[in-house]
Each structure stands twice: as structure tokens, then as C-alpha cells.
Design a protein around this ligand. Structure first.
Ligand code: PHE
Length: 452
């Protein structure tokens, strides 16, 4: 095992920077783009309720576990899992968990960067005044035009990946640390502003009822799986992103407190996004279940009509871009750290290889919105397939494996030493991680398979 106090890749300069980076990883397209649209597709309230329960019962304990494993292993997830398994006298094949996570991160980034590209395209659209006084039809047409153009989407996807790779190359401390510091608070303010606008839009009550009135009869097995998968996705869990960030964490930081902060901030941002969007959906007679285009079909309406909308729109899409950037960096970091450790590559070369691979797959994702939109497997196009495979399957299964490792394989005294929780807190965490988290994931999968 390597030196236990620090990773070879460097270390966060303080607890605060770790919080920023981990919050930056958690808060992203998942909160502002994905949460609203899957809530719309899955009928609202009941879905939101299941999602919140999963954040509490699965997300928080597993995030604590994942940060803890990372900090103890101090290497890329693959090598961390191998050395921790060896330390606990278990099978080194636990490293495959690191492998699966690295692959999941790569598959997610391939479509994540396409969607982030849409956000970049919308910065430009806002800048040229495309939303000013536009009605729902015109806004829809703008979005349809972007979807129909492989060229535009590939252009922005490429631009986004290049920027991501440039940040990743610069390493732990120089990368995004400084930017995230003021971006997160600003994003929060803009969201509040959008919420205020939504309150006056005429659809507020209907929007709130849709989000928070739980009608459990609408909930299908697949919706439950999607809600659970999203809890992992939005907190960046189950694939090693938070683990690799944890590996750069100084030893004297309280993991549990930090986790509560990150999960809290992440949830607030998602709920605010929902509260800003659904009133607009109902006020303008739009379709709540219209899919991945939802925020691009609704928010520009607000920007086109509110005072100062041009500026706020510009800020919003710029911030969305940065939120996506700070997440995408963490999606690729496990792969980059591993390439550096095992293949003697320097960071720039490792970033380049990882980015190039994502770029190629991303082209396929772009095509799935136009020329390949009819190409389907299990009734899903390539984008839907990648999303389902990663968010609904790989992340929950990865999270379950992390819970099993932290709860059953690792020595309890080692976990206790890392977490430094009060006795009762530790017992609650242990109970959740040993029994509740693995069982919950397992039961949801049985339910989806129709066994339960
Ligand atoms: N949590 C990020 C978001 O909500 C996405 C992500 C998933 C990032 C998994 C890293 C790992 O946008």
C-alpha cells in the first residue's frame, strides 16, 4: 500500500475545497436537467417521494462509505479496492468494482457531454436574443432545430469535452477549485429568481401539486428503479467519482458532516429546479412528460418574458455549463487516476485518451437524437440505453457492492477509526450500510424483474 496520508495525485488544500469539489460533482445536469424531466415522465409527487427516501436511506450512508473507502485507499478506485480488500484479508477481485465504476463513468460522460453541449448552444441562443418574446411554439422550434442538427450538437459536444479535458489535465488543485467557489452560490441565486418568476406565472399551484402531491397508484416498478437510480446519479455515487475525490481528502475531516452538507445542497438544487420548471409547464400547457428537452422547452419562455430575462438566461446557461463541467471532471477522474497509476502515463496523456474515447461514443449519442433515432434496442435509442444501463443499473449495483464492502468486508474497527462518529451515529450508519442499503437495492431489482 502507498503512503497512507496522501495520494500520489495530490490532495485538496482544505475541507472546504473538498466540499466544493464534491458538491460540484454532485450538483450538475442531474439536478437541473434530469430530475425535472424524469419527474415529469414518472408522474410527479410519488416519484419525488421515493427519490427523497432513497437519498436519505441509501444515498447518505453510501456516500459516507464511498468517501471513507477512498480516503483509506488513497488511490484510483481500482487500486483502492484491491488494496483495501487485501488489507481486510478478502479477495483482490474486489478491484472489479473499481473497473465497473470506471466504465460507468466513461459511458455516462459520453452522453453527459452531449447534453452539456446543448447548454452551451443555449448560451449562444440567449446571447443573440432568440428567446425574447418568443411563444412556446417558437421555443419548441429552436429546440427541434438543435436536435435535428448532428453538426451543431457534435460541435458543442466536442467543445465541452475539450474544456473538460483541459481542466482534468491540470490536476486536483488547479482545476476547478477556484471557479466552483463562486459559481455554486450564484447558481443558487438564479434558481431562486426563477422560482420567484414561476410563482407569478399562473401555474404555480398546479406545479407544486404535481411535484409534491404523492399519488402512489401511478408508481410503476420501473419508476421506482428510476427514482432509486437517480438518487445514485445525482449524488455521483456507485462509480468511484466520490471515492476518488475522497482519496484526495485530508485525514482530519469529518466525513459524515461533509456528506450531509453535500446531499442537502444537491437536494435543494434539484427541488428548486423542479419548482421553477413545473409551474411554467402548466401555465403554458406544455407536456410534463416531454422528455430530455424539458428544461430547454420551458425555461427560455421565462427568460423571454421576464424583466432582465436576457441577462438571467445568459447567466443561467453559463452556470449550467459550469455545473456540468465540475461533474464531468469527476466522471473521468477515476479513469485518469488509474491510467496514471498503472500505465505510467502523465496526466495530460491520460486525459487525452479518456476524452477521445468518450468523444467517439458521444457521436453515437448525438445521432440517437436524429439520424439514428429509430435505431432501438429494448425499445430504447442509444442515449436512453446508456442512461438506463448506467443510472438505473450500474450505479445502484455499484452502490450496493460498496455498501457490502464497507459493512461486511472491511474491519468495523477500521471504519470506526476513519469515521470518528459518536457511538450511536456509528451504529445507525452501520445498520443502514449492512442491512438497509443492500436489501433496498436488491428488493427494487426483484420488483422490476417481477419477482416481487
Ligand atoms: N451527479 C452528477 C449530476 O447530478 C452526475 C454524476 C454522476 C457525476 C456520477 C459523477 C458521477 O449531474
Amino acid at each position: 500500500m502507498t503512503d497512507k496520508s496522501q495520494s500520489i495525485h495530490g490532495q485538496w488544500s482544505s475541507r472546504f475545497t473538498f466540499i466544493l469539489a464534491a458538491t460540484g460533482s454532485a450538483v450538475g445536469l442531474g439536478n437541473i436537467w434530469k430530475f425535472p424531466y424524469i419527474t415529469g415522465e414518472n408522474g410527479g409527487g410519488a416519484f419525488v417521494m421515493v427519490y427523497l427516501m432513497c437519498i436519505l436511506g441509501l444515498g447518505i450512508p453510501i456516500m459516507i462509505a464511498e468517501i471513507m473507502l477512498g480516503r483509506r485507499g488513497r488511490q484510483s478506485p481500482i487500486n483502492t479496492m484491491r488494496s483495501l480488500a487485501t488489507e481486510a484479508g478478502s479477495d483482490p477481485r474486489w478491484q472489479y468494482l473499481g473497473w465497473a465504476g470506471m466504465i460507468a463513468g466513461f459511458l455516462i460522460l459520453a452522453y453527459y457531454s452531449v447534453i452539456a453541449g446543448w447548454a452551451m448552444a443555449y448560451i449562444v441562443k440567449d446571447f443573440f436574443g432568440s428567446f425574447i418574446n418568443s411563444d412556446a411554439m417558437e421555443i419548441q422550434r429552436l429546440f427541434d432545430n438543435l436536435m435535428a442538427s448532428p453538426f451543431q450538437q457534435i460541435f458543442w459536444h466536442t467543445a465541452f469535452l475539450i474544456i473538460t479535458m483541459l481542466c482534468v489535465m491540470r490536476g486536483v488543485q488547479n482545476g476547478l477549485e477556484k471557479a466552483v467557489r463562486f459559481l455554486m452560490p450564484t447558481l443558487f441565486v438564479i434558481l431562486m429568481l426563477l422560482v420567484a418568476y414561476a410563482m407569478s406565472s399562473g401555474g404555480y399551484e398546479q406545479g407544486m401539486a404535481f411535484l409534491f402531491h404523492a399519488d402512489f397508484s401511478k408508481l410503476t416498478a420501473d419508476s421506482i428503479l428510476t427514482a432509486m437510480g437517480h438518487a445514485f446519479f445525482t449524488l455521483s455515487l456507485g462509480m468511484g467519482a466520490i471515492m476518488v475525490y475522497g482519496s484526495y481528502l485530508p485525514n482530519n475531516v469529518s466525513i459524515a458532516k461533509t456528506t450531509f452538507f453535500i446531499a442537502g445542497a444537491d437536494t435543494v438544487v434539484a427541488l428548486l429546479a423542479g419548482i421553477a420548471i413545473f409551474p411554467l409547464v402548466f401555465a403554458n400547457n406544455l407536456e410534463a412528460g416531454s422528455g430530455p428537452g424539458l428544461i430547454f422547452q420551458t425555461l427560455p419562455l421565462a427568460f423571454g418574458h421576464m424583466t432582465g430575462g436576457w441577462l438571467f438566461g445568459l447567466l443561467f446557461f453559463i452556470l449550467l455549463f459550469f455545473a456540468a463541467l465540475s461533474s464531468s471532471i469527476s466522471l473521468i477522474e477515476p479513469a485518469v487516476a488509474w491510467l496514471v497509476e498503472n500505465n505510467n502515463m502523465d496526466r495530460p496523456t491520460a486525459s487525452l485518451w479518456a476524452g477521445a474515447a468518450c468523444w467517439v461514443l458521444g457521436i453515437g449519442v448525438v445521432f440517437s437524437f436524429n439520424i439514428w433515432s429509430d435505431l432501438k434496442l429494448f425499445d430504447k435509442n442509444l442515449f436512453e440505453l446508456l442512461d438506463y444501463l448506467t443510472a438505473n443499473m450500474m450505479l445502484p449495483l455499484g452502490g450496493m457492492a460498496i455498501a457490502i464492502f464497507a459493512g461486511w468486508i472491511m474491519q468495523p474497527k477500521d471504519a470506526e477509526e476513519e469515521l470518528e462518529l459518536p457511538a450511536q451515529g456509528f451504529q445507525i450508519w452501520q445498520f443502514l450500510i449492512k442491512y438497509v442499503s443492500p436489501a433496498a437495492v436488491f428488493l427494487v431489482f426483484l420488483h422490476v424483474l417481477g419477482v416481487l
